[in-house]
Ligand binder design. Sequence first.
Ligand SMILES: [Cu+2]
Length: 388
Amino acid sequence: MSTAPIASRPTTIRSGNEPGSNALPAIVAVMLGILVAVLGFLALLMWIDARNARDDANRTASSTSMAGMPGMASTAAGTRALTSYAGASPSNADALAAAHKPFPAVLPAAPPGPVADVHLVLKDVTVQIAPGVKYSAWAWAGGAPGPVIHVRQGQLVKITLTNSGAIPHSVDFHAARVAPDKAFTDVMPGQSVSYTFRANDPGVFMYHCGTKPVLMHIANGMYGAIVVEPPAGVLPKADRNYVLVASEWYLSSDGLKMPAQFNMDKAHARQPDWMTFNGYAGQYVKHPLTAAPGETVRFWVMDAGPSLDTDFHIVGTVLNRAWVDAGVTNKPLRNVQTAAVPAGGGGVFDVKIDKPGLYPFVSHAFAAVDEGQVGLLNVGGVHGTMSH
Ligand SMILES: [Cu+2]
């Protein structure tokens, strides 16, 4: 420590004053003794001060390293919670992908008559979101996304929601113009609720559970698409209609042995592990959608989020018509390379491909492709496969 120099320096200064003094050596000795005592005390204070500063520094350092310890909530624990499980797969992933029954992307028929009766059942189910990756979902009787609902513009849509889950849920239809506090109310477990709305707005719309925390209910699988088709003649004729629901998954574990659960830290950071079309990573790579050369293929793309957009793009061609934000009563954009579909929104895209081949459709925000948001359109029944 610096005790010695501090004590000796004032002593030297004092000694410079001594020659002019005639006082008794005893008095000088007493004075010097007092001075030494005072200086010693000051040195002690400085030492204590230095020790406190060192302890503060040590405390800061140790609290930083403690942050990485289990149960220590702080920045470092947050970093650990964001560990990515993207791409985790078992050794038989390829066989599992081949055995997976893909979510039906073909737009189902709309019911005839003035009323479309829709019965939705919410259920806690374990779903597969990628080959061998299991997830404890709050979803629908058939998994996630929920069933594609197809109605005609002007039909009265009668929604009946049955909650077979363990906690309250609800269902919010973006295609509806209704008072949400009346229609989108929570349904207790074991209960059902019904409401109606007139499907006056054509397009592709999201439906989802709107119970708090909505982020968690959507991320857990409680979403789906409703297509409201305008009368014949409003849209050009399409030979094929496919519905794609984009979404993200935020995992608490890799989901290979035990089903993963929802990770709120990742959802808040918007760092998904998997991103999918129709709930399962790359399912249309293994089981491509099909078209014949020269056909007009219509993609009804809805992005359920919960938080990320989808930048819809088909590799090897250009979208002939794009109704962004599903505004199918507006004039479409022509010849678009990539069309953004916002979280909670939809887009309708026509493409006509003349040359046979395998055409990947992706979200061109390319992290999404690595995380599973990719499929293939096989034009002309060609052989082989590719990913992009
Ligand atoms: Cu819910």
